[in-house]
Design a protein around this ligand. Sequence first.
Ligand SMILES: *Cc1c(COP(=O)(O)O)cnc(C)c1O
Length: 385
Amino acid sequence: MTDFPTAGFSTRALRAGQAFDPTTGAVVPPVYLTSTFVQDGVGGFRGGYEYARGGNPTRDSLQQLLASLEGGTHAFSFGSGLAAEDALLRAVLRPGDAVLMANDVYGGTHRLVNRLFVPWGVSLSTADFSDLDAVRAAITPATRVLWVETPSNPLMKITDIAALAAIGHEHGILVVVDNTFATPYLQQPLSLGADVVVHSTTKYLGGHSDVVGGAVITADAELADKVGFLQFGAGAVSGPFDAWLTVRGIKTLGVRMDRHSANAQALAEALVGHPKLEAVYYPGLDTHPGHALAAAQMRAFGGMLTIALRAGGDATKAFANSMDYFQLAESLGGVESLVCYPSEMTHASVRGTELEVPENVVRLSVGIEDLDDLRDDLLGALDRL
Ligand SMILES: *Cc1c(COP(=O)(O)O)cnc(C)c1O
């Protein structure tokens, strides 16, 4: 399915799934804004295309690109990250099955399972996945899925993907990695033994805060059949223009991630030991408990940085709304910096659960602006606190 299989990552980001238009030679393949395809007699499909829920060339271009970058054989793109997760979970779970999830996953992922799958008879439990003994102890005969984000959201914990995959496979359990924070440029879970990767392409892959989308990528043909059927049969597909925007964003993924990572590393180092801070969570700091592991399984440490203030909840919330370049908004992974107050924003849906985020925590999505501007913005806001 992938083209240019031996080329490097950033070369494939530009070329895989993106053959020039054979009719005109246009370097950028057109956006196929069409819902259906003329047949040469009943069943005579040109290029296999029939109706756009089942397949559209622009969506295929994105899917081929994602499969290539994650090292999978199949990729399926959806209208959002949660739609992708929902399709994957419906493909593999049945009433009576159990999901074991890291205890600091994206709040919406926990809510999806807790509110939609649990009432259907699936059970959900969580554990600290940076502690593999805790994971082992939480596995039961019903466990069907291990679900992890590494680095995690928002506390940037690191899980050993290869070791987790080994534990999962020992028990015949599917190992899913949400690779949204790291992206395939920084970390490739399938090559480390995970069975499936999911993405919110809304974040770093799209990269410009202008499109919502999600994807499931795997090298397991049987699982791919099931997810592919749900994409077609339940229909939560990404539209062609959204797919095209996502492809456009991915072309610069490598250079963006290098810059996001460099900026975040420098800011983390500038913040460590600041008198107004209780903690700085960034896996690129050598004091981070997961630093060595992250260094082994990631190319760099990414653009997400979380801080805990010494101030209380109200002052922390005011701080989050007091900067110029770090704009207060949900989401992450765009070129522009954003700040989020997880306990009432991204993680509001998990208040009162074991995923609750403390009120003094602020999550920063470090953009690709000039470092000096970001540093002045952050340090100035801390001074005013
Ligand atoms: C945003 C996000 C999701 C959900 O994706 P949507 O595109 O918003 O549906 C899932 N996982 C992580 C890590 C995210 O950041």
